[in-house]
Design a protein around this ligand. Structure first.
Ligand code: IPM
Ligand code: MN
Length: 295
């Protein structure tokens, strides 16, 4: 199995070193050989060459590797995050990795910031739509930098995109013997795009009679995740909301260092990364928690 490894920036480098030790050890234990190809892309490479990912890079990752591992990307010397967007979001979009699978699983009661909650209370997965929503970066600025500035940032919701992530959530629940799927949107305020989420969710829910389908507005979901996380098994939501609530979920597990994610297109080369960022101030200090990276 060939794995492209992009340690990236900051603590991404530290946690990748630990994660790869575990991959190698797992390979030995299970008699599998992993061909780990360390790729140099990240802030230093971008600053030296002006290249975030070489042209054809996404196709190379897709066609020449079985999986992609990313440590973390982000560097204060590149304030517009150009390289991180090209690499991280570029891989998500170009490889069409439409499922962002983010398990929220508490491994030990001592790690949870909530009172009297243990591993049985915090054990659910979030499926974050990963290829559209606000992340398509469609929009523009008119009269930028003036007091008359108008900034437009469009949220794209397609039938195909909404359908495939919600279907994935129901299929996952079914395959794992789970019985609860909760969809979160903001259809009370965003009455165009999120009406589509409503329509698709309730129609698909009808196809899974064994599953108790529920809906929460995203603000209420955030509240319920803190109030009573045990009620959740599978949560499905859009790109931006999924980004936000998985940081909240990470804290329920003991912090960002504990949270893992898979950016998946079932059956295709997919990408795996810890949920945390590059935390430049901790780089090279051997203090970053590699657990999310290992998971
Ligand atoms: C994440 C990160 C990214 C995102 C950033 C770095 C663009 O926060 O993977 O959760 O917003 O998706
Ligand atoms: Mn995030």
């Amino acid at each position: 199995m060939r794995i492209a490894v992009i340690p990236g920036d900051g603590i991404g480098i530290d946690v990748t070193a630990e994660a790869m030790k575990v991959v190698r050890a797992a390979g030995e234990v299970f008699g599998r050989s992993f061909d780990l190809e360390i790729l140099p892309y990240g802030a230093d490479y971008y600053l030296q060459t002006g290249i975030s990912l070489p042209s054809g890079g996404h196709a190379m990752l897709r066609d020449e590797f079985d999986a992609i591992y990313v440590g973390a990307l982000g560097d204060p010397r590149i304030p517009d995050m150009r390289h991180a967007r090209d690499i991280l979001l570029g891989i998500r979009f170009e490889l069409d990795l439409y499922v962002n699978y983010r398990p929220v699983r508490l491994l030990d009661e001592r790690l949870c910031p909530l009172k009297d909650r243990g591993p049985a209370d915090v054990n659910f997965v979030v499926f974050r739509e990963n290829t559209e929503g606000l992340y398509v970066n469609i929009g523009g600025r008119f009269k930028a930098g003036t007091d008359d500035e108008v900034a437009v940032q469009e949220e794209i919701n397609t039938y195909k995109g909404v359908h495939r992530i919600i279907k994935h959530a129901f299929e996952y629940a079914t395959s794992k013997g789970l019985t609860r799927v909760c969809m979160a949107d903001k259809s009370n305020a965003m009455t165009h795009g999120h009406a589509l989420w409503q329509r698709v969710f309730w129609r698909l829910a009808g196809e899974y009679p064994g599953i108790h389908a529920t809906h929460l507005f995203i603000d209420a979901l955030a509240m319920q995740m803190v109030k009573n996380p045990a009620q959740f098994e599978v949560i499905v939501t859009n790109n931006m909301f999924g980004d936000i609530i998985t940081d909240l979920g990470a804290q329920l597990q003991g912090g960002l260092g504990m949270a893992a994610s898979g950016n998946l297109h079932p059956g295709r080369t997919s990408m795996f990364e810890p949920v945390h960022g590059s935390a430049p101030k901790y780089e090279g200090k051997n203090v970053a928690n590699p657990m999310g990276a290992i998971l």
